[in-house]
Design a protein around this ligand. Structure first.
Ligand code: HEM
Length: 329
């Protein structure tokens, strides 16, 4: 299997129907979901062929802009809890390459994919080469947000996010879950977000759920944060004004697989965002996917398309799919 095939085979195609609307679409985590091209979701943390490239990209972004990592002072215990939980999960899901052991007060961590062997004392920052979230996010492709639960609400008080799709974690840090979702159309009147909020506040220790979200991204850029808008914003126009022939390779379906995990010690909710990008050429190589994406894009209401930032790109995307996919017009 070539790398292109395996990217398609593992791609979390996000549309169960020809029409997409917002919903509180959560399901238990850790179960494989079959697609017509393969399957995804058997693990909570997903390591794939892009591991080294994406980690190098994260390091580059973080060095250029350290504000992508935020940890309000009361969240330090939650950051340690998150790091250890992620190490335990990696060791359980990737036993051939990841090991976590404890002897007395000391933890031993080994990540053979990166050649890391390190011992640390939980909670003692002097025993880690970087703050806990920075250390562990240097070893997973997921972005992480930690939500504190207090005063009957959830607060996005810590995290490390380098691959945001058109938002800014530095701007959102310290906001409540409801405030963070303020800009999203429809979900407030439709009570989607209050339902999600209540659901998350009831999560029990170690319980984990997942959901997907999606958008279209030009040129496969992982970092489309608000901060770097001047670097990527114009891509939408150059795609829309450029030759149709380029759209299949320049426009990507971007799926986020988001995990929601209650941390056992700190009580924080850990939110993992894993971003997958598949060019329309590969989407259309699976005829059902090309046809379905066309229909979803055609049907998507204007307010949702605008919010997702795909008003300019969805039409070229549809035209390209109509010319190259199995689309009935
Ligand atoms: C069951 C849980 C959740 C549901 C149903 C939900 C729902 C949504 C929806 C529908 C959108 C719009 C996405 C789009 O059109 O592309 C959105 C955006 C967003 N969500 Fe969530 N979400 C959930 C959990 C979370 C959590 C735990 C966080 C962590 C802080 C989060 C942070 C965000 C952010 C930052 C945005 C972008 C907001 C902006 O434009 O500034 N979500 N969410």
């Amino acid at each position: 299997m070539t790398s292109t095939d395996s990217r398609t085979a593992r791609f979390p195609f996000p549309f169960p129907r020809d029409q997409y609307r917002y919903s509180t679409n959560v399901e238990p985590a850790g179960n494989p979901t079959d697609t017509v091209a393969g399957s995804w979701g058997d693990t909570r943390i997903a390591i794939d062929d892009h591991y080294h490239r994406e980690l190098a990209e994260r390091e580059r972004i973080l060095t250029a802009d350290p504000s992508r990592h935020q940890c309000l002072p009361h969240m330090v215990p939650a950051a340690w809890d998150a790091m250890l939980t992620l190490m335990r999960t990696l060791a359980a899901e990737y036993p051939d390459t990841m090991t976590l052991e404890r002897r007395a007060n000391t933890w031993f961590w080994r990540n053979d994919l990166l050649g890391i062997e390190h011992s640390f004392v939980f909670g003692d920052l002097t025993t880690l080469p970087a703050p806990p979230l920075v250390y562990i996010c240097g070893q997973i492709q997921e972005d992480v947000v930690l939500l504190d639960q207090r005063e009957g609400a959830l607060w996005g008080d810590a995290g490390l996010v380098t691959f945001a799709a058109d938002w800014s974690f530095g701007f959102d840090v310290g906001m409540s879950f409801l405030e963070i979702h303020g800009p999203v159309p429809r979900i407030h009147t439709e009570k989607i977000i209050t339902r999600a909020h209540n659901f998350l506040m009831r999560l029990e220790p170690r319980q984990s759920y997942r959901r997907t979200n999606w958008t279209l991204t030009v040129d496969g850029k992982l970092d489309t944060s608000t901060e770097t808008y001047p670097e990527w914003g114009k891509d939408r126009r150059t795609l829309a004004d450029g030759p149709l022939a380029e759209v299949g390779d320049r426009l990507f379906l971007r799926t986020e697989v988001q995990h929601l995990i209650r941390l056992a010690h700190s009580g924080a909710v850990m939110f993992l965002i894993r971003t997958y990008l598949l060019p329309l050429r590969d989407v259309a190589s699976v005829p059902e996917w090309g046809a379905r994406l066309y229909k979803v894009l055609e049907d998507l209401p204007v307010d949702m398309a605008e919010y997702k930032g795909i008003s300019r790109t969805r039409e070229p995307g549809m035209r390209w799919l109509a010319a190259h996919g199995d689309v009935e017009l």
